[in-house]
Ligand binder design. Sequence first.
Ligand code: ACO
Length: 279
Amino acid sequence: MNRASEVVDFHVADRIAWVSFNRPEKRNAMSPALNRRMMEVLDALEYRDDVGVLVLKGAGESWSAGMDLKEYFRETEAQGLAGVRKSQRESYGWFRRLRWYQKPTIAMVNGWCFGGAFGPLFACDLAIAADEAKFGLSEINWGILPGGGVTKVVVDLLSMRDAMYLALTGDLIDGRTAAAWRLVNESVPLERLEARVTELANLLLAKNPVAIKAAKDAVRRVKEMTYDNAEDYLVRAQEAANSFDPAARKEGIRQFIDEKSYKPGLASYDLSKQKDRAG
Ligand code: ACO
């Protein structure tokens, strides 16, 4: 399915949902219409059996140029507080939805990534950038602070010095620097970006999906917990995962200890055998 006329484009191939910001003529700036549509698309894809990983990319030369200064800021401000709050709910809403998405998510940052786009960047579990991508907190350049969660994102992901540098200078960093600063996992030349993201997605597709969801939520949740709270949360999260998929870990142990068909230190157990045994 390909509906290029829409502000969000998506298609599913080989269990990967490729979702695109699709306003290339506006450098994929996030308008209220785009934010509403993104929530619908995330909704439609989240529990589809043929989707195991979601990749968020940008059409054209941009990942996303952040919030749309005309449609998201100026036009909603003209509607008064109710308009502003509505458009904030719509954008923060899908960022939050993506942070806690059922399937693992990868940001494939192919180009410009400004300001508000750090929200979905952080919401994705993993991020691979093109060396040529450019990241910046341009808010300061047009007279505001990095809001909408953006300051929180950079403080969570970066050192205080690097976060402060981006927030105060509005300077750009490229994909390689973003990787060195750990804003993204890695960067690769643009021509290899899709292949690398596909490889990473396939690695995730080979894992137990219940364990993946439990693990990705745990990484985000424990960050704000004390050690003891985290320990308790993780015991309960695993027990909850066991209730969703009681066979998983037993099968993982069986294939290693009894069948000797794989080594957990080197790869995943074979999910298809678990399905076969479940009949
Ligand atoms: N909001 C609204 N319109 C935008 C945005 C945006 N964030 N970004 C680009 N556009 C529009 C331009 O106004 C232009 O529209 P037009 O063709 O109707 O004149 C079109 O997209 C193309 O933009 P250009 O500036 O011509 O593209 P160029 O490739 O030369 O530059 C760049 C790209 C650097 C991304 C530039 O467009 C830019 O600086 N955009 C704003 C980035 C930004 O500061 N975003 C806000 C971050 S703060 C926040 O999100 C809260």
